[in-house]
Design a binder for this molecule. Structure first.
Ligand SMILES: Nc1ncnc2c1ncn2[C@@H]1O[C@H](COP(=O)(O)OP(=O)(O)OP(=O)(O)O)[C@@H](O)[C@H]1O
Ligand SMILES: [Mg+2]
Length: 263
């Protein structure tokens, strides 16, 4: 794959075979540009989480390479510029919202005094400034997820990786968090890779939707998404939006029919 100066991270023919022999990904190539909002969409087991974990250097490819073309400092250095948000908020129940958001800074050796401004800024980003002293049990599911996002943002990452972050939330909360993540991305010039099973969510959020198939996990289609930079609820009722949802659904259906033929 040719180096692309605008690319933040590239997967170049990455294979991932787990020790039990499962081929989670085969020849996955993907270039993520700075400022992209890329959703990985595909059936269960197609390697979405595996791809994300390799981008975060939590897993190593079995073959192929992961590159950061604009920078020569190496993957280790980049690990510090990356934050991860999982489906479960994974908050410490015995600690306040402030303490939970402070955790990455604490682990990096920053004193509470030095980290306080960053923690406050991260809480403000997700609209939880007034909840710093509250414990997780006092929060709704959506608010817990906001704390999890604040904890991810406190280190000011360049790349935010999100693995089905809103799958467990009700529709209204999910739609609100979609707007908030899209705004964070737009306001801060972030690069986001977002894993979801939900076509409507993927199209609403993304600049590109990458459709994957399983057994072995691979990229089937990389679909650019049209839409205004500022998206709000009204976008969901436009034909630009619904037409693209139909288009992406069609691509996803094809991945399932491939799987049927295989088995
Ligand atoms: N640690 C592991 N050891 C062995 N096999 C694994 C491991 N983790 C994942 N797999 C397998 O690798 C394949 C890809 O898994 P992965 O979790 O990346 O898929 P996914 O697209 O995230 O699925 P889902 O939508 O269910 O979250 C699956 O067949 C899975 O069973
Ligand atoms: Mg997964």
């Amino acid at each position: 794959m040719k180096d692309n100066a605008a690319a933040l991270i590239q997967l170049d023919r990455v294979d991932k075979r787990y020790s039990n022999g499962t081929v989670a990904l085969r020849e996955m190539s993907l270039s993520i540009a700075r400022g992209d909002f890329v959703s990985l969409l595909g059936p269960s087991g197609c390697g979405k989480s595996t791809a994300l974990r390799m981008m975060a250097s939590l897993l190593q490819p079995s073959s192929g390479a992961i590159r950061w073309p604009g920078d020569k400092t190496g993957a280790e250095a980049h690990a510090r510029d990356i934050s991860f948000v999982f489906q479960e908020p994974t908050l410490m129940p015995w600690a306040t919202v402030f303490e939970n958001v402070y955790l990455p800074q604490r682990l990096a050796g920053l004193s509470r005094a030095r980290a306080t401004d960053d923690v406050k800024a991260a809480l403000a980003l997700v609209g939880l400034s007034r909840f710093a002293d509250v414990y997780p049990r006092e929060l709704s599911g959506g608010m817990k997820m906001r704390v999890s996002i604040a904890r991810a943002m406190v280190t000011r990452p360049r790349l935010l990786l999100m693995d089905e972050p809103f799958a467990a939330l009700d529709e209204m909360t999910r739609a609100k968090l979609n707007d908030d993540v899209r705004k964070l991305w737009s306001d801060l010039g972030l690069t986001v890779v977002f894993v979801t099973h939900n076509v409507w969510e993927a199209v609403y959020l993304s600049t590109r939707v990458v459709v994957m198939a399983a057994r072995p996990g691979r990229v089937i289609e990389d679909i650019p998404i049209d839409g205004p930079q500022q998206r709000a609820e009204a976008f969901r009722t436009t034909s630009v939006y619904t037409d693209q949802c139909v288009r992406v659904t069609q691509s996803l259906k094809e991945t399932l029919s491939h799987a049927d033929v295989d088995h």
